[in-house]
Design a protein around this ligand. Structure first.
Ligand SMILES: C[S@@+](CC[C@H](N)C(=O)[O-])C[C@H]1O[C@@H](n2cnc3c(N)ncnc32)[C@H](O)[C@@H]1O
Length: 278
C-alpha cells in the first residue's frame, strides 16, 4: 500500500511523495507514522484500502495534507485545521520566540496581556497562552470558522483564550490596551495569486491570504496606527510580513515617530516587524 501510494503521488509530481504517502496511509488507518511502522506487516481490509485511496486522490488534486488529516503542528503542538482556517506556517513561530524573549528581559514580572489580530487556527494565541505563564490572551478574527477553530483548539490544548469575532483592530479596543499585539495578517497582493502554489491558491481561504485593496502593507499600516490606543507604554507590536515588505513598513513605522526594527526568519527573510511604544 505504501509503495503504491508513494508511486501515485510521485506520478502527480509531488516532491514529498514518500512522507505524504506515509502520513495519508497512516491517517486512513487511524494511526500516526510510528504506529504505521509498528504494523507494517498487517493485512489491510478492503475498507481501509478504499479509505486510503480516497485520501490519496484528494492529495493528487493538490489538497494540502494538513486539510486532509485535519492537523498541523505548530510550536510542538498539534492544531486542528479545516475550512476557513489558514494552515499554520513554521515562520510564524518567530513571533512566539520574540514575545518570550521580550518577556524574559522584562523587569516587571506581572501577568502580560496579549492580543492576536486575525487568529485563524489560533496557533499564535493558543501557543502564547500556553507558553507565557499567567498571560491574559485575547484573539480576534472576522471569519466565524476561524473563531470557532481557535476556541476548539484552545479548549483541546487547555489554553485560556478569549476569542472574539470582529472586523479589524476596533473590536480589540474594548479589551485593551495590551503589552503585546501580535498578528499574522493577510499580506499577499491579488496580483500575485498566479505565483502561489495550487495548494495555497485553490484551498486556503481567500480572506486569510489576500490583503485588502491589493495593498500588502494594508494591515501593517493599520496596526502601526493603532499602537497608541492598543499598546501599553513599553508594549510591543509584532507583525508578520511577506518577502518584500520589510523596508517599506519599517520606514512607515519610523516616519510615524515609532521605534521599530525587523527580525529575519531562518531563511534570512525580514519576517517580523517589531514596533515598541515609548
Ligand atoms: C494569514 S491568516 C493568519 C492566521 C493565524 N494567525 C496564523 O498565523 O496561522 C490571517 C487571518 O486574518 C483574518 N482576517 C482577515 N481579514 C480580517 C479582518 N478584517 N478582521 C479580522 N481578521 C481578519 C483571516 O480570517 C485569517 O484568519
Amino acid at each position: 500500500m505504501l509503495q503504491l501510494a508513494r508511486a501515485f503521488l510521485e506520478r502527480k509530481g509531488l516532491e514529498e511523495a514518500r512522507l505524504e504517502a506515509e502520513l495519508l496511509v497512516a491517517h486512513a488507518l487511524g494511526l500516526d507514522r510510528l504506529g504505521l511502522f509498528m504494523q507494517l506487516d498487517r493485512p489491510l481490509s478492503g475498507e481501509e484500502i478504499d479509505r486510503a485511496r480516497d485520501l490519496l486522490v484528494r492529495r493528487g488534486k493538490r489538497e494540502p495534507v494538513a486539510y486532509i488529516t485535519g492537523r498541523r503542528e505548530f510550536y510542538g503542538r498539534d492544531f486542528e485545521v479545516g475550512p476557513g482556517v489558514l494552515i499554520p506556517r513554521p515562520e510564524t513561530e518567530l513571533i512566539v520566540d520574540l514575545v518570550r524573549e521580550r518577556l524574559a528581559a522584562r523587569e516587571e514580572q506581572g501577568p502580560a496581556s496579549i492580543a492576536d489580530l486575525g487568529c485563524g487556527s489560533g496557533c499564535l494565541a493558543v501557543t502564547l497562552a500556553l507558553e507565557v505563564p499567567n498571560a491574559r490572551v485575547v484573539a480576534s478574527d472576522l471569519c466565524a470558522q476561524a473563531v470557532a477553530r481557535t476556541r476548539s483548539n484552545a479548549e483541546r490544548l487547555g489554553a485560556l483564550v478569549e476569542v472574539i469575532e470582529g472586523d479589524g483592530a476596533a473590536p480589540l479596543l474594548v479589551h485593551g490596551p495590551f503589552d503585546f499585539l501580535v498578528s499574522n495578517p493577510p499580506y499577499i497582493a491579488r496580483g500575485e495569486a498566479a505565483q502561489l502554489s495550487l495548494e495555497v491558491r485553490d484551498f486556503e481561504p481567500e480572506l486569510a491570504l489576500y490583503a485588502p485593496e491589493n495593498d500588502p502593507d494594508h494591515w501593517a499600516a493599520v496596526l502601526i496606527r493603532s499602537v497608541p490606543q492598543l499598546l501599553n507604554p513599553g508594549g510591543h507590536l509584532l507583525v508578520e510580513l511577506g518577502h518584500e515588505q520589510g523596508s517599506r513598513v519599517l520606514d512607515l513605522a519610523r516616519s510615524s515617530g515609532l521605534v521599530a526594527s525587523l527580525h529575519e526568519d531562518l531563511q534570512r527573510i525580514p519576517r517580523v516587524l517589531e514596533v515598541q511604544r515609548g
